[in-house]
Each structure stands twice: as C-alpha cells, then as structure tokens.
Design a protein around this ligand. Sequence first.
Ligand SMILES: Nc1ncnc2c1ncn2[C@@H]1O[C@H](COP(=O)(O)OP(=O)(O)OP(=O)(O)O)[C@@H](O)[C@H]1O
Length: 253
Amino acid sequence: MTNHPSILPLKVRNLDYEAGGKNLVKNINCEFNHGKRYLLLGPNGAGKTLLLRLCHGLLKPKSGNVVWSSGKDINPKHHQAMVTQRPVMLRRSAYANIDYALSVRGVDKALRPDMINAVMQRTGLTRVANKLATVLSLGEQQRLAIARAWVLKPQVLFMDEPTASLDPPATHSIEELIHEISAEGTTVIMTCHDLGQAKRLATDVLFMFRGRIKEMSSADDFFAGPQNDLAQAFLDGQLIWWKRRPEKDDVQI
Ligand SMILES: Nc1ncnc2c1ncn2[C@@H]1O[C@H](COP(=O)(O)OP(=O)(O)OP(=O)(O)O)[C@@H](O)[C@H]1O
C-alpha cells in the first residue's frame, strides 16, 4: 500500500447498467471500506462481473454513480488494479510483464528492478522470471497477473474469479496470496463460485441475483444463515429450482 490519502470508502449509488437492450445491473447501492475482503456471490449471469467492471471504471453506467472518496489531488484510477479469470499476458518474459505494468504507471526505471524482484519472490515466480509469460502454466500466469497488480501497491484490488481454471494446489497458493495482499491493507473485491473459498476468504459478502444485490452482510452472518430466501437457496444449491419458478421469483425480486 502507498502512503497516499485513501480512496475509500467506495460508494456505489443507484447504479444501473444496460446492454443489448436489457437492464443488466439494477439499482445497486453499496459501500466498500478499507482493509476488507468482499466476496460477490450469486449464480451465473447474476451481474457480478459487470458490477466489478463498473466499479473499476471499465464500463459506463446508464445511471447512478461510482464515487471514490479521494480529493482532487489523487486519481483513484492509479490506486486500484484488476485481475481477471483469464489474464492477458504480453509476449515477453514474466519479468518484463511486471516491468511494463510499472512503466505504464510511470514508476522510475531505476526503482523497478527491486520492486519486480521483491514481488516475484513473494509470488514464487523468481524461477520463471525469464520465461516467456505466454508459455507459463495457467497457475503461474495467474500468479503473474497478481504480481503485476500487487507491484502497483493498489489500495483496491478487483479480482474476477481468479482461481476459476486452477487445480486445488494452485488455488490454495492464490488464496494465500490474497490473504497476504489483504494483510498489507489492500481492500479486495472479488467474485467466485466456490463457497468453500468464499468462507476461507470473505470478511463480507454481497449476494447478487438477476442484476440486483439481494443481501450484503458480514461473512459470519451470511454463512450462519442469510436473511434473503434466494441467498439461502443458493447456499443450499437449490437456486436452479427457484429459477424454474418465475412466478415465485417475481414475488421474491
Ligand atoms: N455486453 C453485453 N450485452 C448483453 N448482455 C450482456 C453483456 N455483458 C453481460 N451481459 C449479460 O449480463 C448478465 C450478467 O453478466 P455477468 O458476466 O456480470 O454475470 P456473472 O454474475 O459474473 O456470471 P458468471 O458467474 O457466469 O461469470 C449475463 O446474463 C450476461 O450474458
């Protein structure tokens, strides 16, 4: 984390997003605070990725606002980073991929080697530093994507299903990294489908269904028993059943 003024809390107000003639994100109101690990949960197509991308500024809302708390002197874009499910690697070495991220952020060339070596060590990538990033294993590429984001010392790290294509050991190593990044004060906002992973990582949960947040609570409260019927059905693995009963969904929504 940098010593810059905090860009948090992030306040999302009355957010709507439309594409393909459909309102896909509906009236989202929520707040993200410093040092937490937020897990966005919900079935396929609930709008989790869209909400991450809207918060990160990659999509423009139809209406509503994403408001960072920083004053005029700080650009919130410079204090956040995003890791996606399938990271895009540049066709150059792992080391050069991280160097590129730092150069784009305007970090002095002389400062970069120490920063790169440190982050490669912490993410277990030193051994593959000179390998072409595009030939690394999926697990290594995902760790490189995290290293590339972490080296920027973001205040907020968005992660979209960062372990979706990984085996259990690689997943475990990414979860350890997320804990380390969080312990250094970075707020993590991520999506995942693995309830075990959500329990291991989350301090807070946002449950989404059909573009809306149906429940936002501490992870302890959520996993002890959510207030929302759809969230409970999701935890019970029965949301398919709810989906087959549109008349009931309409009442619940
Ligand atoms: N550009 C677009 N045009 C039309 N529909 C879109 C567009 N982008 C996303 N959608 C739709 O919006 C819905 C929400 O998508 P999103 O990727 O946010 O879901 P998600 O909750 O992340 O799902 P998953 O868990 O499967 O990744 C989906 O039904 C998707 O098909």
